[in-house]
Ligand binder design. Structure first.
Ligand code: PEP
Length: 256
């Protein structure tokens, strides 16, 4: 059975002080005390040291929102996997639709980042998902299929064993509109089938596929109850300790 995974994508919110306040509050609320759920927060790069200095005993790991595919050099504004590891990062989100849309990230760039993370022991959370027009045209499966094959190309089954995929329909991100549990399940099952073809059945059954797109305490349970929905990548609702705690409690309940 795949362990549920709840990850917060804080985007460009929460500086070091707010991050520290969030984690201190989480220490009071003590969600996920059982450790039954894998949990992570992904703050902005500048807040990573504050987050990792306060994560002890919380069963909440730290992730980045992006990383470069080179080790070091003339890449102004970028950070490397070893820098992320130095500040306690376990995960990195890769290929989020906002990075594709606003920073020109292609599947090829994402593929290089995935390879670098896997080589260096950072677990990638690889985001895929279609635009609204693509869904309206009925092209959503083709779009996601291509994103998967291109961003995971030249990788072996052994390498991707531990990888995490996030299905994030772009029309549901930050819009308040959520994919229905049936739409999410349909796409997650499709992704798992693609993973069988790209790698093998064992790996496809192991890889966790998170849903992302306006997931919140009010709709999390029905999404998480779907057999191929292994957790959530959550933006807005992960920014408040109370709602993040609620999400973890819901995931814990679904796991029972
Ligand atoms: C996200 O940015 O990954 C996301 C899912 O955002 P939201 O939950 O706010 O839609």
């Amino acid at each position: 059975m795949r362990k549920a995974f709840i990850a917060g994508n804080w985007k460009m919110n929460m500086g070091p002080k707010e991050t520290a306040t969030f984690l201190r509050k989480l220490a009071e609320l003590k969600p996920n005390a059982s450790g039954k759920v894998d949990a992570a927060i992904c703050p902005p790069t500048i807040s990573l040291p504050a987050a990792s200095s306060l994560q002890d005993g919380l069963n909440v790991a730290i992730g980045a929102q992006n990383v470069h595919y080179e080790e070091n050099g003339a890449f102004t504004g970028e950070v490397s996997t070893s820098m992320l590891k130095e500040v306690g990062c376990k995960y990195s989100i890769l290929g989020h639709s906002e990075r594709r849309q606003f920073f020109g990230e292609t599947d090829d760039i994402i593929n290089r980042k995935v390879s670098k993370c896997l080589a260096d022991g950072i677990t990638p959370i690889v985001c895929v998902g279609e635009l609204l027009d693509e869904r309206k045209e009925g092209a959503h499966f083709d779009v996601v299929k291509l994103q998967l094959s291109d961003s995971l190309k030249n990788l072996t089954a052994k390498q991707v064993d531990n990888l995490v995929i996030a299905y994030e329909p772009v029309w549901a991100i930050g819009t308040g509109e959520t994919a229905s549990p049936e739409q999410a399940q349909e796409m997650h099952a499709f992704i798992r089938k693609e993973l069988v073809g790209l790698f093998n059945d064992g790996v496809a059954q192991k890889i966790r596929i998170l849903y992302g797109g306006s997931m919140k305490p009010a709709n999390a349970e029905e999404l998480l109850r779907k057999v191929d929905v292994d957790g959530g990548l959550i933006g807005g609702a992960s920014l408040k300790p109370d709602s993040f705690t609620e999400l973890l409690t819901i995931a814990e309940g679904v796991t029972q």
